[in-house]
Each structure stands twice: as structure tokens, then as C-alpha cells.
Design a protein around this ligand. Sequence first.
Ligand SMILES: Nc1ncnc2c1ncn2[C@@H]1O[C@H](COP(=O)(O)OP(=O)(O)OP(=O)(O)O)[C@@H](O)[C@H]1O
Length: 264
Amino acid sequence: MVAGAQSDIVQVRGLVNRFGSHVVHDDLDLDIRKGEILGVVGGSGSGKSVLLRSIVGLQPPAAGRILLFGEDLLSLSPERRTHIERRFGVMFQNGALFSSLTVIENVAVPLIEQLRLSRSQAEELARSKIGLAGLPPDAGGKYPSELSGGMVKRAALARALALDPDILFLDEPTAGLDPIGAGAFDRLLVTLRDALGLTVFLVTHDLDTLYATCDRVAVLSQKRVLAVDALERVQDIDDPWIREYFHGPRGRAANRAAESRSAK
Ligand SMILES: Nc1ncnc2c1ncn2[C@@H]1O[C@H](COP(=O)(O)OP(=O)(O)OP(=O)(O)O)[C@@H](O)[C@H]1O
């Protein structure tokens, strides 16, 4: 039996991931609470994306157990697994949109494949998701190559929202965006969480995003979760990586920006 609170949507226990002799995670534990935005940070190569991939069932672990909505994806029948997969949306680092499909067609894919909607029904629903993700209606008819970086992120978000998920997994959603675009994305994320009651697992390097959006932050270091807590407590932990990340010049600037936002 895996211990964890009722409100935990995801429970990771004793996770081990390795590639050949390279151990990425060793006995890693983590819970994701219902309704929270959980930021996941850590040095390059610390295993943030591999953790995301493990939780959504794309990376079978060498050992350990992962429960999503109380169920272990890897031990489910294909039908039950599909049922659980419909309850989460994933946005990968590069957006992973189909380049030969328009934005509407991209967002409609999961609706046609998973819900067996007709093309016209799926495209109608896709239009509402595109609006939800903050894209103008005319963006729906465009191909990914015709969009700005920020619009590609929003299109990928619209697709991740297509099936009305309970939890969103986002891998560096603001990477490559200018600060204004990144700030707008952060605000959109908080609005969506508040409006839709989403839970969000957010891998990021972006300190401004952490300060603007996250309820808790998990720090990946030394192959496990070194700390998971509210940002103000995590940043005070006495650890070399945490010191450098949160209290280096960029960390101090992001902290000052967050303080001036909350003072307004
Ligand atoms: N399919 C794979 N085969 C072999 N090694 C892999 C594979 N996927 C990831 N790794 C290795 O696992 C480690 C963790 O990778 P991961 O992408 O999770 O890091 P990360 O913390 O997300 O890094 P970054 O912040 O740079 O994106 C890295 O050393 C990476 O090279």
C-alpha cells in the first residue's frame, strides 16, 4: 500500500530510472496534490523530463511505483489505461504539434481518436480550446510553421486541454519566450487552474514562472527530490544548488519582481 493523502493525484514511491549504467533517479518519492501548481526544478540533466515521462507512463521505471488517480498505469488493461490517460494532458518541450496539420486539426486529433467525435464536432470543440488557450480565432486555420513561438506554446496548451484533463503536465512551457510572452503564459496558467480546478506539474528553469505560478516547488538533486515545499521555505534550504539557483543574480531579480508584483 502506498501511503499518501486522499488529495494526492499522483504518488511516486521509490522510483528508479536508469539508462545503461547511468542512474537518473534512485529511490525518488513525490506527491502531487489536487489543485496545486507544482514547479519542478533542478540542474540540467537532473531528470525532470524523465520524471514527467515516467509519471505519464512513457518511461517504464527500473523500480518503484507510480500511482495516477490511485492507479498504476503500467499494470492496467489497455481500456482502463486509456480511461486514465484521458484525465491528463501533456505539453512537451517543443510543443510536439503535427506540422502538416493546422492548429484546429492538431487540437481535434485527441478528440477524434479518444472520444470518437466526428471531424466537425471535434473541430467545433477544438475552437473553444483554442480560445481557452488565449489564441485568436484565426490562429486555428494556421500551420505551426506560421505561428510565433508564443502561439505554438498556446496551441500545444490547447491540445493538452482538449480532453478536459484533471491534471496538466508541462515541460518548460515558457522556454524560448520573451519575458512579456512568458509572463502572459504564466498568468494564463494561473487563470486556467483557478477556473478549471486543474492540477499542474510544471517543469521549468524559469524563476519568474516559479514565483508567479507555483504553490509548491520540488527540487531534483542527487537523483531524488531533495525538497518539496512552498517556494519561500525551499529557497532557504542550505544546499549549494539551491543557494546558487535562488540566491544568484537571476534568483534575486525574480524575487524582487515577485515582491513588487505582490506589493501592487
Ligand atoms: N532515452 C534516453 N536514453 C538515454 N539517456 C537518457 C534518455 N532520456 C534521458 N536521458 C538522460 O537522463 C538524464 C536526465 O535527462 P532529463 O531530460 O530528464 O533531464 P532534465 O533535468 O529534464 O534536463 P534539462 O533541464 O536539460 O532539460 C540526462 O543525463 C539524459 O541524458
